[in-house]
Design a protein around this ligand. Structure first.
Ligand SMILES: [Mn+2]
Length: 410
């Protein structure tokens, strides 16, 4: 008996055209490999799609790939993942099942208060398959508590259990997730086909528990880990022995730039220099720019031209992570108070500290000015006042407060 085990394919996760192409190409190649390897069937342990109702062009291509495989008399068995399932709406997985493209295993039924997931037998190999689908927020943990283990033990043969849950046993220090313990999985299965954890895991202790990780990439962090060297693919399991098939679709470059203490101007120079010496041809580039700028705003960092340069030099895609880039000049200030006036005043005060004002213009003055300007801008529209009149009135009042009438006239 030989089968393939995939998981966390996340079709449709990316909207970037080149990555989208690569994603589908990888999916196609994976199924071609399955036919070449002459597997009896394929199991997908959840998250076939990135969302429960994906872009139909993605579904169309994916269906083509899967139908080619299914038409050879082989089957594709799936459980829902946390992504491609919806508790209150039909999922694309349901539609593909109705159409006979895939077979969902482990459909739940309750007997004497116990959960009995449906068990199916693969007609080609005789393998016995069942499982528990994933749910958002790990609600499937409940399912494991009420699992009718005796019922599952009554089936004899080569048994595969599909599940889409994190496994506490493999948690690394610092990793935060709510999972199940390997002992929560029912006894007596020959292979536990895991999904949900986005890294490759072979946990072969009392139970043969395997996670292939994403076939391509699901999140930005997957992309980051791929370019840092993590291999992506799926498992071929022959006579119970798992063998990883590397399907990594691209090589990558990872760069980190610490902007702490740099001005926006200097950071731009750094980024330009970096872009000009990076070897990015045919690669996916992931760049993390972080730290607090000493001066200038984050909006002054020329990310658009950085992207342009890197793409011009032949990169497949640039993934920019700049969520940790801060500017000293403009920072959202947390002011805690019940009093609206006080919050406004404190916010202006904090903000004014980081601003340079013209000589003679004290910060206290700036705060007072800001407050009265805000007061004017808050004036509501009067009954019967036209949009144009209202705008003119607010504008004039603001100009008045700022004392820039003469300036504007000039
Ligand atoms: Mn996933």
């Amino acid at each position: 008996m030989k089968f393939a085990h995939m998981a966390d394919i996340h079709l449709g996760a990316t909207s970037e055209p080149r990555l989208r192409e690569l994603e589908m190409e990888t999916f196609r190649r994976a199924f071609e490999e399955c036919l070449e390897e002459d597997v009896d069937f394929v199991v997908i342990a959840g998250d076939l799609f990135h969302v429960n109702i994906p872009d139909l062009s993605v579904v169309k291509e994916a269906t083509k790939v899967m139908m080619r495989f299914v038409e050879t008399g082989r089957r594709i068995y799936v459980v829902y993942g946390s992504h491609d399932f919806s508790p209150n709406a039909t999922s694309m997985v349901d539609i593909l099942e109705e159409a006979g493209v895939i077979v969902r295993v482990g459909k739940p039924s309750t007997v004497n208060g116990m959960l009995r997931p449906e068990v199916v037998v693969d007609r080609r190999s005789g393998a016995i398959l069942t499982g528990i689908s994933g749910r958002k927020l790990s609600l499937e943990k409940e399912s494991f508590k009420h699992l009718d283990r005796e019922y599952l033990a009554s089936f004899k043969g080569f048994k595969i259990f599909l599940f889409h849950s994190a496994l506490d046993d493999v948690r690394k220090s610092g990793e935060r997730f709510e999972g199940i313990a390997s002992t929560d999985l029912p006894e007596g299965f020959d292979y536990y086909a895991g999904g949900h954890l986005h890294r490759r895991i072979e946990y072969l202790r009392e139970k043969k528990i395997v996670y292939p990780g994403p076939l391509f990439t699901g999140w930005g962090i997957d992309l980051e880990n791929t370019v840092k060297g993590e291999r992506r693919g799926f498992y071929i399991v022959e006579d119970g022995a798992p063998r990883f098939l590397d399907m990594t679709a691209f090589e990558g470059v990872y760069e980190e730039v610490d902007a702490t203490g740099l001005s926006a101007f200097t950071l731009n120079e750094r980024l330009r220099a970096l872009a000009s010496r990076m070897d990015v041809r045919g690669k996916v580039v992931v760049m993390r720019v972080f730290g607090e700028l000493s001066s200038g705003k984050t909006s002054e960092v020329e990310f658009a031209s950085l992207r342009e340069e890197i793409m011009k030099r032949g990169a497949i895609y640039l993934h920019l992570n700049r969520s940790q880039l801060r500017s000293r000049e403009f920072e959202g200030q947390a002011v805690v108070s019940d009093d609206v006036q006080k919050i406004e005043e404190e916010t202006f005060r904090e903000f004014s500290k980081s601003r340079k004002f013209e000589e003679g213009r004290l910060n206290t003055e700036a705060v007072a000015l800001s407050k009265s300007l805000l007061q004017q801008l808050k004036v509501p529209k009067m009954d019967g006042e036209t949009e144009g009149d209202y705008e003119a009135r607010v504008r004039d009042a603001a100009i008045d407060v700022l004392g820039i009438k003469d300036l504007l006239r000039g």
